[in-house]
Design a protein around this ligand. Structure first.
Ligand SMILES: *Cc1c(COP(=O)(O)O)cnc(C)c1O
Length: 429
């Protein structure tokens, strides 16, 4: 498999783009080599500029849950495009998407659409502060909530991969109200409440996907919510990754927990830039124009993005692929563990619905510290072998692999063979 055209574009791209990418997770910093340039994608597959076709387990880091260019989504977008691109005024489709979202998430009476997950989360923090009158926010080490200043501490995703301790350019003042707790450890949350009396709330990924996949321990979310309620603090559930992916109603439905504020992104835009935050009326009425918390956006509720979101969620609800996702992920887990065993490679596999990833460690991974025991050099070798065998993976140990409902039996067979080749290569290191 050759990557000549990608290499050429990469060299060219370096001149006017930073690292030739527009998001650092797309750089191949932790696996070596150059990033691929993509030409097109359809269904479960993605094709690069050298005409290599891969089974896509990146899916744009989550949004493309139906696979690429599902015909109903494409049709809805084509139709919307004919009416104009953006108006700076409300459209009927915003109401339709809001209803779909609020029906799926009982914790939300009202929703505000924004343009990215980052924007949804930073707005949700502002709202939590406005509602409680408190400034401090607790986040968990290894959870990623976008790149707003206050949350760029102990974050996962590209920050782990690139080993950036937080980020340069974030003033101390911006993170002084951010407290860090350990995922799956309620005591670490309680310790902060004992030390501070001005905590607005706790933000978390209900299933973490940005330190690799890490699931909440039995009872963790429920106990956390009950504890926060007793303290008058809010639970901010960042479902940017898990919303409509773990289940139509997100991880909150699966774990039977209602957050006070919910953040969404990725899947709800069907491949277009959409984020959202929502809550019960009492909280959302704080948001301008009803209340005094300001938040705005020129392109928010963009008509093309709304059409893509509505058609994606409508089709998703109809397909209801969640059981299939579990079964497919279970199979992939089986391939990974069997092949690791056969080749004497230490391995822990974590998965949740359509999110799965292997850690090259024998440690059970329930938090950020444990995730970091994974041998990232092994991952890099494994990654390239998977690529050469036609499976496109996120170029980082600490990103989840995503499944789409377009995956076929044939794709699974390809994934199995690639895993076997990958594990063999790792065993020879
Ligand atoms: C991706 C992600 C974000 C950030 O969303 P962007 O659209 O990349 O800004 C926030 N939170 C979680 C849990 C995410 O997975």
């Amino acid at each position: 498999m050759e990557f000549k055209n990608s290499q050429k574009l990469y060299s060219k791209g370096l001149k006017h783009l930073v690292g030739a990418v527009n998001s650092p997770v797309r750089a191949f910093a932790s696996v070596g080599g150059n990033p691929l340039f993509i030409k097109k994608a359809k269904g479960s597959k993605i094709t690069d500029v050298d005409n290599n076709t891969f089974v896509d387990l990146v899916l744009s880091y989550g949004p493309m849950i139906l696979g690429h260019r599902h015909k109903k989504v494409q049709k809805a977008i084509d139709k919307a495009l004919k009416n104009g691109y953006t108006f700076g005024a409300s459209t009927k489709n915003e109401i339709r998407l809001a209803k779909i979202v609020c029906d799926a998430f009982p914790a939300m009476d009202k929703v505000r659409f924004v343009n990215s997950g980052t924007e949804a989360v930073l707005s949700a923090l502002r709202l939590a502060r406005a509602f409680t009158g408190h400034d401090k926010i607790i986040k968990f080490a290894g959870c990623y909530h976008g790149h707003s200043d206050a949350l760029l501490v102990a974050a996962g995703s590209g920050l782990v991969t690139l080993s950036i301790p937080g980020s340069k350019g974030v003033p101390e003042g911006a993170v002084k109200n951010t407290l860090i707790a350990e995922y799956n450890n309620l005591e670490s949350v309680k310790a902060h409440f004992e030390a501070h009396d001005d905590i607005a709330g706790v933000i978390l990924e209900p299933v973490a996907g940005n330190m690799g996949v890490v699931t909440p321990k039995e009872g963790f979310l429920k106990e956390l919510k009950a504890y926060l309620e007793s303290k008058g603090a809010l639970l901010i559930v960042d479902e940017v990754m898990t919303g409509f992916r773990s289940k139509f109603g997100g991880a909150q439905e699966l774990f039977n927990v209602e957050g006070d504020i919910t953040c969404l992104g990725k899947v709800i835009g069907g491949g277009f830039p959409v984020g959202a935050y929502g809550a019960r009326n009492e909280i959302m009425e704080m948001v301008s124009p009803l209340g005094g918390m300001y938040q705005a956006g020129t392109l928010s509720g963009n008509p093309i993005a709304m059409a893509a979101g509505i058609s994606t969620l409508t089709e998703l609800k109809k397909q209801n692929p969640y059981e299939k996702f579990n079964a497919v992920a279970e199979k992939i887990e089986g391939f990974l563990l069997a092949s690791a065993k056969e080749n004497g490679v230490e391995m822990t596999v974590n998965r949740f619905g359509s999110m799965i990833n292997p850690f090259f460690t024998n440690v059970t991974v329930t938090n950020f510290e444990e995730a970091q025991t994974s041998d990232t050099k092994r991952f890099a070798t494994f990654f390239w072998e998977m690529m050469h065998n036609g499976v496109f993976l996120p170029p980082s140990q600490f990103e989840a692999w995503f499944l789409s409902s377009a995956l076929s039996e044939k794709d699974l067979e390809k994934i199995k063979k690639a895993i076997e080749a990958g594990m063999l290569a790792v065993s020879k290191m």
